[in-house]
Ligand binder design. Structure first.
Ligand SMILES: Nc1nc2c(c(=O)[nH]1)N[C@@H](CN(C=O)c1ccc(C(=O)N[C@@H](CCC(=O)O)C(=O)O)cc1)CN2
Length: 286
């Protein structure tokens, strides 16, 4: 068996085309959505992701607002930028690129953001809305994964899903999304404390690997025909991405998301969806 590719690049391009139409409609109503980004430090991966987000904005007509601080920036300096973006009317939504340098209280920064401008869905109020099943911005990577599965016709309803990882951007909220009535999956969350990962993986119809451990998911652990999403990002000596999924999995899985070219572009597309939806809500309100 050779897995069908869950092509995030093409799927994200289709989502962006639809968004460009919605942005044009907003502009006719006198509203220009603007995405702000706060990047602290010089991590090459983060720089690349933020640059990609602004490239996407240009493609769909969203204005870009970029704030960069050195790795030595203090908690107070970062908080000042967050306060400034909260007040800036041109910035209709923004993100603080994670991770922040060691010593910075990430949660305090997220809590300080205006929840109405939280384009990542990571503000505690928006995560709470997700728990309560209330409308709000959805975390970008988890919702991007759901969209990727839906658009490729992978059955989520009733599926046994294993999520590997428990980080704030993916692992924490992925099960919340998958167990909503609209998705209706049964989820097992695995992490570094899981005693026998292999036993859980072998039961899974869908595997979401977000551990950041190169080639953690081996072909012999994957149920034939399963959908496998590779979200892990490690880098080799030359800076090339090494995912969580062993290349041999392509011979066993029914569907496989490439990495790069799978979940990453979907994360960026979902970010733009959140920005456009927030701008539409604000325009409707007044
Ligand atoms: N504030 C946030 N920080 C981080 C998030 C997040 O959702 N919000 N998630 C990750 C990084 N991330 C988003 O910012 C992200 C990861 C990957 C990509 C992407 O487009 N990747 C490309 C490959 C790019 C490369 O070559 O390095 C791909 O997969 O094709 C975009 C965004 C942590 N931080």
């Amino acid at each position: 068996m050779t897995a069908q590719i869950l092509d995030g690049k093409a799927t994200a391009a289709a989502i962006k085309s639809e968004l460009a139409v919605r942005v044009a409609a907003l502009k006719e109503r006198g509203v220009t959505p603007g995405l702000g980004t706060v990047l602290v430090g010089e991590d090459p991966g983060s720089q690349k992701y933020v640059a990609g987000k602004h490239r996407d904005c240009a493609q769909v007509g969203i204005a870009s607002i970029q704030r960069e601080l050195p790795a030595t920036a203090t908690q107070d300096e970062i908080e000042a930028v967050v306060r400034e973006l909260n007040e800036d009317p041109a910035c209709t939504g923004y993100i603080v690129q994670l991770p922040l340098p060691k010593g910075i209280d990430e949660n305090r920064i997220l809590e300080l953001m205006d929840p109405a401008k939280d384009a990542d869905g990571l503000h505690p109020m928006n995560l709470g809305r997700l728990v309560l099943n209330e409308p709000g911005p959805l975390p970008c990577t988890p919702y991007g994964i759901i969209q990727l599965l839906r658009k490729h016709g992978v059955e989520i309803n009733g599926a046994e899903v294993v999520v590997v990882g428990r980080g704030v951007t993916i692992g924490r909220s992925m099960p919340l999304l998958l167990t909503r009535r609209s998705e209706n999956a049964t989820v097992t969350q695995c992490h570094t404390g899981t005693r026998d990962l292999s036993t859980h993986l072998k039961q899974a119809d869908i595997v979401i690997a977000a551990a950041g451990v190169p080639h953690l998911i081996k072909p012999e652990d994957v149920k034939p025909g399963a959908a496998v999403l590779d979200v892990g990002v490690s880098r080799d000596e030359s800076g090339k991405i090494v995912g969580d999924v062993h290349p041999g999995v392509a011979e066993v899985a029914g569907w496989l998301s490439p990495n790069p070219g799978g979940v990453g572009p979907m994360t960026r597309a979902q970010l733009l969806v959140n920005v456009v939806e927030a701008a539409e809500l604000a325009a409707d309100a007044g």
